[in-house]
Design a protein around this ligand. Structure first.
Ligand SMILES: Cc1cc2nc3c(=O)[nH]c(=O)nc-3n(C[C@H](O)[C@H](O)[C@H](O)COP(=O)(O)O)c2cc1C
Length: 214
């Protein structure tokens, strides 16, 4: 299953693009789930460290709807609107709250494939930085981050909404970056799927000296 997470508090451009992306993923024969922060009650991480001892988050809110979806997903598509040149606070809160999943299982995100969608009101309003923020989350948590590939060099799917739903629908260049990234994303999900089971990963010796690593 491929999970799309929408970090916009509106049913507008970001949600539209993410739903289009999931529709394309389904066309490639993969099941999808959609989760939006719209109307959800999700509070920021308070660094209370409860999760380190109890292997679950202390804040009992709508993140508990998202946790099982993330666990089940082979691939994540995080879509964010651009707020002040970067990801929305809502998107960041979701990423931070994932610490509880990692506290319960260090490998919770390992080898999941990840791509990102960023939707800004301006053509160059911080989309690439936002995607880098999401990629950093993927890399830190041992996921496989996916770009649109070397030529054209899209880091992910970047959209110009002109602040409207109609604007994003007309952004041909944005959809081109989406199709390129999705093609590589689906390929990698399928590759990972094949590798699962015949994987030699677990036999790689631990060179870190860190008992908690691996
Ligand atoms: C607080 C705030 C800050 C914003 N900052 C930026 C920005 O730095 N760069 C940009 O391109 N657009 C910015 N925008 C515009 C939104 O990214 C744009 O309208 C986008 O389409 C919103 O996504 P949505 O349609 O899914 O709500 C900002 C919007 C808000 C509310």
């Amino acid at each position: 299953m491929i999970l799309g997470i929408c970090g916009s508090p509106r049913k507008k451009a970001t949600e539209y693009v993410l739903r289009e992306a999931l529709r394309m993923v389904e066309e490639a024969d993969h099941k999808t789930e959609f989760f939006s922060i719209l109307g959800k009650n999700i509070s920021p991480c308070t660094h209370c460290d409860y999760c380190l001892k109890n292997e679950e988050c202390k804040i009992k809110d709508d993140m508990f709807e998202l946790y099982p979806l993330i666990k089940d997903a082979r691939g994540l598509i995080i879509a964010t609107p651009i707020y002040m040149g970067g990801i929305s606070a809502q998107t960041k809160i979701i990423m931070d709250r994932c610490r509880a999943l990692l506290a319960a299982d260090r490998k919770a995100f390992k080898y999941k494939v990840g791509m990102a969608i960023a939707v800004g009101g301006d053509r160059v309003g911080g989309q690439e930085l936002a995607i880098q923020q999401i990629m950093t989350f993927y890399i830190l948590n041992e996921m496989i981050p996916v770009s649109g590939g070397s030529f054209g060099a899209n880091l992910g799917a970047t959209f110009w909404s002109r602040d409207t739903l109609d604007g994003v629908k007309k952004d041909e260049e944005g959809f081109r970056s989406l199709r390129k990234t999705l093609k590589r994303f689906v390929n990698l999900v399928e590759r990972e799927q094949k590798l699962k089971g015949e994987s030699k990963h677990e036999h790689v010796p631990d060179l870190s000296g860190d008992k908690n690593d691996g």
